[in-house]
Design a protein around this ligand. Structure first.
Ligand code: GDP
Ligand code: MG
Length: 394
C-alpha cells in the first residue's frame, strides 16, 4: 500500500517571479541543491525544472508542483513560472494559489517591465508576501550599484501596495550557489531564512465549502480519471460527493475514491494541499482544466458579472491606448481563460490605461464564480487589466 502522508511541518506554496533571464530557474535549482546538502530535500537540476507535469508509474500522483523542498521548519512546494510573454497566464494559475513569492531581479539590470507587471499581478491575485532575491550579485563589482537596485525595488514594491521598506531583499547568486561555491551557498541559506521568517504560514480557509480549481486531468489505467490542483478552501474526505463545475451549463456529480499528495495517500485533503484526486465514474473527457471541484451546491457557473478593474499602463505591461465599449479580450480566471465582451455603459465610453473603473462582462463560456474572485484581462500576449468580481448578474 502507499505510504500515508504525514502532516508534520507546515506546508506552504511558493513561487519565483520576475523578468525573463533574471535567473528564476537557476535560483530554483540552487535552492534545492543547497537544501539537499542539509537535509531531506532532493536536488532538482536546472534541466529538471521546466518539464511539464508527468504521470508517475501506477500511482495517481502527477508532478503537481514542479519542485518541493524542506527547510528546518517548513515544507515548500515551489512553482518556477516561465519568464516569457505568456508568463501571466501561468501567474494567474500559479500565483493565485501561492502563499508567498520570491521576486527575482538581476542586480545587473535592475527592475524591468516584467518585474513591474508581476508585482502588479501578484498584488491583484492576492499574493500577500514578497521576498526579493537580488540575483547575479556575483557579477556586480560596484556595491553602490547593488544599493541602487535595492532602493529601486523598495520604491517599486511600495508603489504597488507592498511594504517596500520591510520586504527582505537578499543578495544572492543562484549560479554560483549551483556551482557549489560556499559563500554563495550560504547566501541561498540567508534567502531561505528570510522566506521562513517573513512569509507567514497562511491561515487556511477551512470553514468554507471545499473548492479546488482543476489544473490537470489524467487517466490512470485501471483506476479512472484523476484531477490535480491546489485546494483553495475547505476540506474533502475520501468517499465524499463532489461536483465538477464550470465551462458548461450543467454540473457533473461524482465521488472521491482516492487522494494523494506528493505520492503519499491522504484520507482527506484540505486548503493548501497539492492534491491528486481520483473521481469515480468520470470519463477523462468529462472534466477539464479551468473547472472547479466543490461539494454539491457550493458554487454555480456564471456568464455575466460586474467587476472592478484596474487598467494597466504601458509601463506595467499594458496598452498605451484606451479600450472601448464592446472590447472583447480574454478573461483569465484561476486555471483557465475565456473570451468576454466588456460593457462600459454605452457607445463612446472608454477605459484609459491607469484607470480603475467598474464594468460589466459577458463571458462566452460560464465560469464557476463567486463575488471576490480575481481575474486578469489579456489581449495578444499583453496584460490589459486586473480585476475582481463584485456582483454576479443573471
Ligand atoms: P529565468 O529566465 O529567470 O529562469 O533565468 P535563468 O535561470 O534561465 O537564467 C538566465 C541566465 O542568467 C542564464 O544564462 C544563467 O546562467 C544566468 N544566471 C542566472 N543566475 C545567475 C547568477 O546568479 N549570476 C550570474 N552571473 N548569472 C546568472
Ligand atoms: Mg526560467
Amino acid at each position: 500500500a502507499k505510504q500515508l502522508y504525514e502532516r508534520g511541518k507546515p506546508h506552504l506554496n511558493i513561487g519565483t517571479m520576475g523578468h525573463v533571464d533574471h535567473g528564476k530557474t537557476t535560483l530554483t535549482a540552487a535552492i534545492t541543491k543547497v537544501l539537499a546538502d542539509r537535509g531531506p530535500t532532493v536536488a532538482v537540476p536546472f534541466e529538471g525544472i521546466d518539464r511539464s507535469p508527468e504521470e508517475r508509474d501506477r500511482g495517481i500522483t502527477i508532478n503537481v508542483a514542479h519542485v518541493q523542498y524542506e527547510t528546518e521548519t517548513r515544507h515548500y512546494a515551489h512553482i518556477d513560472m516561465p519568464g516569457h510573454a505568456d508568463y501571466v497566464k501561468n501567474m494567474i494559475t500559479g500565483a493565485a494559489q501561492i502563499d508567498g513569492a520570491v521576486l527575482v531581479v538581476s542586480a545587473l539590470d535592475g527592475p524591468m517591465p516584467q518585474t513591474r507587471e508581476h508585482v502588479v499581478l501578484a498584488r491583484q491575485v492576492g499574493v500577500r508576501h514578497i521576498v526579493v532575491a537580488l540575483n547575479k550579485a556575483d557579477a556586480v563589482t560596484d556595491p553602490e550599484l547593488l544599493d541602487l537596485v535595492e532602493l529601486e525595488m523598495r520604491d517599486l514594491l511600495s508603489a504597488y501596495g507592498y511594504p517596500g521598506d520591510e520586504v527582505p531583499i537578499v543578495r544572492v547568486s543562484g549560479l554560483r550557489a549551483l556551482d557549489g561555491d560556499p559563500y554563495w551557498s550560504a547566501r541561498i541559506g540567508d534567502l531561505l531564512d528570510a522566506i521562513d521568517a517573513y512569509v507567514p504560514v497562511p491561515e487556511r480557509v477551512l470553514d468554507r465549502p471545499f473548492l479546488m480549481p482543476v489544473e490537470n486531468v489524467l487517466t490512470i489505467t485501471g483506476r479512472g480519471t484523476v484531477v490535480t490542483g491546489v485546494v483553495a478552501q475547505g476540506r474533502i474526505d475520501l468517499l465524499d460527493r463532489v461536483e465538477v463545475v464550470g465551462l458548461t451549463d450543467g454540473v457533473l456529480t461524482s465521488t472521491v475514491t482516492g487522494l494523494e499528495t506528493f505520492g503519499r495517500a491522504m484520507d482527506h485533503a484540505e486548503a493548501g494541499d497539492n492534491t491528486a484526486m481520483l473521481l469515480r465514474g468520470v470519463q477523462r473527457a468529462d472534466v477539464r482544466r479551468g473547472q472547479v471541484i466543490t461539494i454539491p451546491g457550493a458554487i454555480r457557473p456564471h456568464l455575466r458579472f460586474r467587476a472592478r478593474v484596474r487598467v494597466l499602463t504601458a509601463a506595467e505591461g499594458g496598452r498605451s491606448k484606451p479600450f472601448l465599449h464592446g472590447y472583447r479580450p480574454q478573461f483569465h480566471f484561476r486555471t483557465t481563460d475565456v473570451v468576454g465582451t466588456v460593457d462600459l455603459g454605452g457607445e463612446g465610453a472608454m477605459a484609459l490605461p491607469g484607470d480603475t473603473l467598474d464594468l460589466t462582462v459577458d463571458l462566452g463560456k460560464p465560469v464557476a464564480m463567486a463575488e471576490g474572485l480575481g481575474f486578469a484581462i489579456r489581449e495578444g500576449g499583453r496584460t490589459v487589466g486586473a480585476g475582481t468580481v463584485t456582483t454576479l448578474l443573471p
